[in-house]
Write a protein that binds this ligand. Structure first.
Ligand code: HEM
Length: 470
């Protein structure tokens, strides 16, 4: 009994230090579905697509949204990610309609514009550009793009405050999993006080964003389209605020993580990079080459999503007794469906730790690898905008790789921040060398590159990337 207790406390401590390392180790040593205790809580880790489908699709009514997402409600209210049961279907329909406002080619053009702005600071500088925090760099691009479509405003000046609020949300939400002692919800703690303050700041920021251009908000923004849709189905326009916060957060955070990992992976692999240099010249050969480049870029994004899925855990809680993968799960158990462990499961993938974008081009069904590729979740609560995320990631990477060669430290020097999402630690710098400068940087030399310019904050742009007047 005492031995069991001390091992579950040890596990809770290990999860606090390295949550990804712990779940990967559990998947390797204890199998595709395993129960474990961490502190007083019981968990079921799911690392195979079959039991994952039981939880997320076939028996989804036996589960509610789980640890982390429940705590995120203080910020996201009853937004689409965190709402439950009958509160879910009408907004899902409205949001899908609102996402229809986003034309893929316009999305790509806007994302490219914000990317060019973010890179523009290097133009006067011949030395390579050092992006010391690839995630922060990408988050500004993806947040600006999301703000453009969601609210029809440029949110970049407000982004530091908005981001700080969402950071508090991530810390607050993820501490639910790593804290051994979970205090009752009514008990005041400094962390809860910080979270309340951050949630209030977020509301103010979003209201001010919306009022920046209130006179110009029309049905071509997602927020306006959502507002019309929600008022129609529920007569509750107040819900729009939760939905805007949800879409802004889900829209920028996950795509920024994906882009940051993709950039690091490209930078650490010289072979991938030479494949991705933009085709130049004219004629049929170029057309063929740029088509194949586009496919390579798509496979690279898939491989980045496989190795480093931004949503690394999809949390649920059992509402009643239910069987998953042959294991009887008691009510109240936290069930963690993990895209990370599914994607790195050696029983499902050859060389799961290796970076091989080409694994997605080998034959029929390669794209989802027989259901083992689940970065966007599965079932009725699967991501509502995976196609948008991929199109945006494609445009941003294409823009960067068209003009720059990328160098990053080797993979064994990277580490992760695993909160609600999985992102690289800020200490994983990337160096971008302008191609026309013929200055290429070897991945192994990134740390020694001196005199390069750090850009993690983007100056307010001189123009609206979509060409709209300010
Ligand atoms: C690479 C980028 C993205 C990844 C990896 C991702 C992943 C996911 C995953 C795994 C879920 C399921 C969560 C669950 O079942 O609890 C989800 C849900 C969701 N995602 Fe995404 N997502 C991405 C981009 C986006 C974007 C760009 C948006 C918005 C524009 C978005 C909006 C949402 C929303 C609203 C939900 C909740 C859907 C529902 O419950 O009906 N996501 N996402």
């Amino acid at each position: 009994m005492l031995g069991k207790l001390s091992s579950s406390l040890r596990l809770a401590k290990a999860i606090r230090r390295d949550p990804c390392g712990v779940v990967l180790e559990l998947m390797r040593t204890r199998g595709d579905v395993c129960e474990f205790g961490a502190g007083p809580a019981r968990y079921l880790l799911v690392s195979h697509p079959k039991p994952a489908a039981e939880v997320l699709r076939e028996k989804s009514d036996a589960f509610g949204k789980g640890i982390g997402l429940r705590d995120a409600r203080a910020f996201l209210g009853d937004g689409l990610l965190t709402c439950e049961d009958e509160d879910w279907a009408p907004p899902r329909r409205c949001i899908q309609e609102a996402l229809g406002v986003v034309a893929p080619e316009e999305l790509a053009a806007v994302a490219r514009g914000f990317t060019r702005d973010a890179l523009a600071r290097t133009r006067a500088d011949t030395s390579p550009l050092r992006v010391s925090d690839p995630y922060a760099f990408m988050a500004q691009i993806t947040a600006a793009t999301m703000g453009h479509f969601l609210l029809g405003v440029d949110i970049r000046e407000r982004f530091p405050q908005i981001h700080a609020s969402f950071e508090q949300m991530c810390l607050h939400a993820s501490s639910g999993m790593t804290n051994v002692l979970r205090l009752p919800a009514w008990m005041p703690t400094p962390r809860r006080a910080r979270a309340r303050l951050a949630a209030a700041t977020l509301v103010t920021q979003l209201r001010e964003c919306a009022s920046d251009r209130v006179a110009r908000v029309h049905a071509t923004t997602m927020a306006a389209s959502m507002s019309i849709g929600l008022a129609r189905v529920r007569g509750l326009p107040g819900d729009v605020q939760s939905q805007v916060a949800t879409l802004l957060f889900t829209g920028y955070e996950t795509t920024a993580c994906c882009l940051a990992w993709a950039l690091l992976l490209i930078g650490a692999s010289e072979a991938t990079q030479s494949d991705l240099a933009r085709a130049d010249g004219n004629g049929h050969q170029v057309e063929t080459r740029s088509q194949s480049r586009s496919l390579r870029l798509a496979n690279l994004i898939r491989e980045a999503l496989r190795l480093y899925p931004p949503v690394w855990i999809i949390p649920r809680v059992a509402r009643r007794q239910v069987t998953v993968g042959g294991i009887v799960v008691r009510p109240g158990t936290s069930v963690l469906v993990s895209p990370l462990t599914i994607h790195r499961n050696p029983r499902l993938w050859a060389e799961p730790e290796a970076f091989h974008p080409d694994r997605f081009s080998n034959g029929a069904g390669a794209a989802d690898h027989g259901g083992a590729f689940v970065p966007f979740g599965i079932g009725q609560r699967a991501c509502v905008a995976g196609n948008i995320a991929v199109a945006e990631a494609h445009a941003v990477l294409d823009e960067i790789l068209g003009s720059y060669s990328v160098a990053a430290p080797p993979r064994d020097e990277w580490s992760c921040v695993a909160l609600l999402t999985l992102r690289p630690q800020p200490q994983s710098p990337v160096v971008l060398a302008a191609r026309e400068s013929t200055h290429t940087v070897e991945p192994s030399r990134v740390k020694q590159v001196g005199g390069s310019k750090a850009v993690d904050t983007v100056a307010p742009p001189s123009h609206d990337p979509a060409g709209h007047p300010r």
